[in-house]
Design a protein around this ligand. Structure first.
Ligand code: MLT
Length: 261
């Protein structure tokens, strides 16, 4: 399993397929394994690299109190250098999409195409920041099982299979406490990146689950409208974790995007 040293930590990533690199960035509080289906479906056209963001999955534990989107974006840039490629197709889901937008701002020269999946460009509202504080406090008293129990219904549509639900719970229940807290802090502090959308100069797809209640279709459509030439794809029957809930439809959208890159 590849583990690379970047900027004071070690990042783990899954690596499958041949061809130009597609870099897949997971959401909160998940890990690279959420992309296994996409890696299987896309490995004939792309070398799919699914990274465990700093502190997540099998990457080293975090030492910083806040895992910022900019820190993650810089880590991705360093990982791309280690992979020794100039550009990637960057695919980010939810928090991974926040990271992808930070990357588009800070490292645009390393982008070939961009996929913003079940995500949004705005900062948290005051109410949203308060909810993150509550989540952190409750985590430390009730634990990760409770977090997974409360999050799962928000993450998938009603028709999601028991197998998908179990995968998600396993990911949440094995994410480190310190990572969850640092991720909440990082997301709380992220800026509104809506102004970045008009500056994106690569083929872009915004992909959203029809029943996503965290980054709803209206937010996805608005982002797609703001990026020149972007395609908006709604995934029928899926919720916030469309790549897990409807892998085939998401892979089809990504293939079309990659072909445009
Ligand atoms: C995610 O799926 O990454 C989270 O729902 C993002 C968030 O909490 O804003």
């Amino acid at each position: 399993m590849p583990l690379v040293a970047v900027a004071g930590t070690r990042l783990h990533y899954l690596d499958r397929g041949r061809g130009p690199v597609a870099l897949l960035v997971h959401g909160f509080p998940l890990n690279a394994t959420m992309w296994l289906e996409q890696m299987a479906l896309l490995s004939d056209v792309r070398r799919c690299v699914a990274v465990d963001l700093r502190g997540c999955g099998r990457s080293d534990p975090p030492t910083e109190p806040a895992l910022t989107m900019e820190r993650h974006a810089d880590d991705l840039a360093a990982l791309i250098d280690v992979l020794d490629v100039e550009k990637v197709d960057l695919v980010g889901l939810s928090m991974g999409g926040y990271v992808a937008l930070a990357f588009a701002e800070l490292h645009p020269q390393q982008l070939r195409t961009l996929a913003l999946v079940d995500t949004r460009s705005e900062a948290d509202t005051d109410e949203g920041r308060r909810r993150r504080d509550d989540t952190g406090q409750r985590l430390m008293t009730h634990g990760r099982f409770d977090l997974a129990e409360r999050m799962e219904p928000q993450l998938v549509a009603a028709r999601a299979s028991p197998a998908v639900r179990r995968r998600i719970r396993s990911m949440i229940e094995t994410t480190r406490y310190e990572t969850i807290l640092a991720a909440l802090e990082g997301m709380k502090g992220r800026p509104d990146r809506t102004p970045i959308l008009g500056r994106i100069g690569v083929p872009t797809a915004v992909i959203t689950g029809e029943h996503d209640v965290i980054a709803p279709p209206a937010a996805g459509r608005a982002m797609a409208d703001a990026v020149a030439g972007a395609v908006y794809v709604e995934i029928a029957g899926a919720g916030h974790l469309a790549p897990l809930e409807a892998p085939g439809a998401v892979a089809t959208a990504l293939r079309e995007l990659f072909a445009a890159g």
